[in-house]
Design a protein around this ligand. Sequence first.
Ligand code: MEV
Length: 320
Amino acid sequence: MQSQNVLPLKTWSHGKVILAGEHAVVYGEPAIVSSISLGIEVELQRSKVKRAEHPFLATIRSTFEKQYSIIIPNLHIQIRSTLPEQSGLGSSAALAHAIFQAYGKLYSINITDKEMGDLLMQSEQFMHGRPSGIDAAAVTHTGLFVFKKTVDGPVIQRLPSTYTKHIPLCFLVYSGKPKETTGEMVQIVKELLIKQPTRSHIIHKIGTLVKEITKELSIGRFPYSHFRENQRLLEELGVVGTKAKKMVREIESVGGFAKITGAGGISEGSGMMVCFHNDIEKFEHALKKRLWSYTKLRVGNIEKEAQSKHDIVSIKQEES
Ligand code: MEV
């Protein structure tokens, strides 16, 4: 080990929100994604006692060990998170990224972007089976961008601030923790498309919506209704549970627009939903009345915020 004197040491990594295009992105369609100011802080500490290691943490450690031919001794990893797990906000990629960064600091290893991308793809594959790579890309980029998986690797197109300033305040409303993992949800869609190949039109329609949203943003317009449309297509794909569907319809009944973000979930919650409303006060009033957990954030131009905000904010009902 380089030096145990640097311990304890802290790192922080941000989460992400997919505005449009999840699931279709696995099949090569584009998706719009933004870094967010919620994230995960990791603190590496000395440890004398050997504790059982969580399989995901063990994978992160062994992936790093293999990449740099080192053996990492027994360490305690303290995790503080403002990202709810399994909610579509990229918590596993953020956790892995923060730990890889921490190991890099500990060993004075300058992890190149390419190496970080490879490390993250391995930890994401352990967690999610065959991911598109969007979460790994989102945790290493800030701001708003279009992600596309291609045979030659991921293509990332940063969207300029002229696009993002027209995006209204985004509400993240929690529909509950999904029972299914991201990997299981990706598999469910894969099986559906094998059994019913005609359903692949849904994938192309989602891709078309993403292209249209990007175009609208480029001319200073925010196409609210495209988010409703994307939600309907995700419902057709079978990744949204009854509870989230009901919440979406209620949000629409008060003039809002909502869609799940990330993999979704069927039998229980479907994770976080991105929601927009052109009357912020009215929408907050409606959410509070229903006692729904939510948080508000700006997507797009949040680089500074994402890098500096280390405080712990739990997503909970605000005092009315
Ligand atoms: C998960 O954040 C997004 C999915 O499209 C899966 C993936 O792209 O790997 C559901």
